[in-house]
Design a protein around this ligand. Structure first.
Ligand SMILES: Nc1ncnc2c1ncn2[C@@H]1O[C@H](COP(=O)(O)OP(=O)(O)O)[C@@H](O)[C@H]1O
Ligand SMILES: [Mg+2]
Length: 305
């Protein structure tokens, strides 16, 4: 592999397209067939940002698929009534299908809602159906309304252990674009928060509110919660604005921000309409390679901690 990498020409700023090809080839050669390191215990990551359209769902499903492709056992919990993560993973989520709604509101065991992603046998998903759209209101009157998802997940993970089933290595929870009870449940469930940030003008505006909310949850409901990861999404290196936002984020959150950023890529936005992640739809496209590399970075940082 070293030989192949060494034989590639150096990237050259004068021809961006050629440079991208070289970068992609390097990434592909070093990622193909690689198994990622398993964490000692299950890592539970909540993907949140109260802004819509910043890449939460895209990040959740593609990181999950990249981790699964590299040999890890992954569970995605789709906690957004829109059910976009379920769609992208090719999971049935018509109204009435057992889903996170039944778990949260009716106390159904998580195990009874889990489906297997057709692309990757080791990628599991708890779907969201349209029924979840009423849950914000229904949850208000229920006891321990903030901890219902966490309890259900704890029971599921413990049951797997006692049944001798393989460890789930990563749980990724996709959130709706708000800071209501659904997101609250996800924050109480997760130990880590991953914040996708779209490199555009308003990107940093909502961030302080998000961080304040996370601090409150940490103080009152979940002492383990912390922002472990920030991922720059839909990054367009050709615009000054994107570069400015990116450097500002890295300045403030140098430790949390992944080295890999995800470029804007048509393949990434097309994949969901085929009920697929870009990881299986077009594994060697620039966007897929970025998500695969970001996933590897997440697994390696854990090992370094
Ligand atoms: N890297 C990318 N390149 C191109 N389009 C993207 C990329 N990431 C996300 N998108 C598109 O942007 C839109 C919003 O992304 P999504 O993940 O649904 O955001 P959120 O879950 O935060 O609302 C979707 O149409 C998605 O396909
Ligand atoms: Mg979404």
């Amino acid at each position: 592999m070293r030989d192949i990498l060494d034989s590639l020409p150096d990237e050259d700023d004068s021809t961006p397209l050629a440079a991208q090809l070289v970068l992609d080839t390097r990434r592909r050669v070093s990622l193909d067939g690689q198994q990622f390191r398993k964490p000692a215990k299950t890592r539970i990551i909540t993907v949140a940002n109260q802004k819509g359209g910043v890449g939460k769902t895209t990040t959740t499903v593609n990181l999950a698929a990249a981790l699964a492709q590299a040999g890890l056992n992954v569970l995605v919990i789709d906690n957004d009534p829109q059910g976009n993560a379920s769609t992208a993973l090719g999971i049935d989520h018509r109204s009435g299908v057992p889903s996170v709604y039944e778990v949260l509101v009716e106390g159904m065991p998580l195990a009874d809602t889990i489906q297997r992603c057709p692309e990757f046998p080791n990628l599991l998903c708890v779907p969201a159906t349209i029924d979840l759209s009423g849950a914000e209101i229904e949850l208000v009157s229920l006891v321990s309304r903030e901890t219902r998802l966490r309890r259900a997940l704890d029971v599921y993970l413990d049951d797997r252990t006692s049944q001798g089933l393989p460890q789930i290595d990563y749980v990724l929870v996709d959130c709706p674009p708000s800071l209501g009870l659904l997101t609250l449940n996800a924050f109480v469930t997760g130990r880590e928060v991953l914040i996708p940030i779209q490199c555009e003008y308003y990107a940093l505006e909502g961030l302080s509110q998000l961080l304040k909310t996370i601090q409150l949850i940490q103080a009152h409901l979940n002492p383990d919660l912390h922002v472990s990861t920030i991922l720059l999404t839909m990054y367009d290196a050709r615009t000054n604005l994107a570069q400015q936002v990116a450097s500002e984020v890295r300045e403030h959150f140098g430790k949390e921000t992944l080295k890999t950023s995800v470029p804007r890529s048509v393949r990434v936005s097309e994949a969901p309409s085929h009920g697929q992640t870009v990881i299986s739809y077009e594994p060697n496209s620039t966007g897929a390679l970025a998500y695969r590399e970001a996933a590897r970075e997440i697994t390696e940082r854990a090992a370094a901690l």
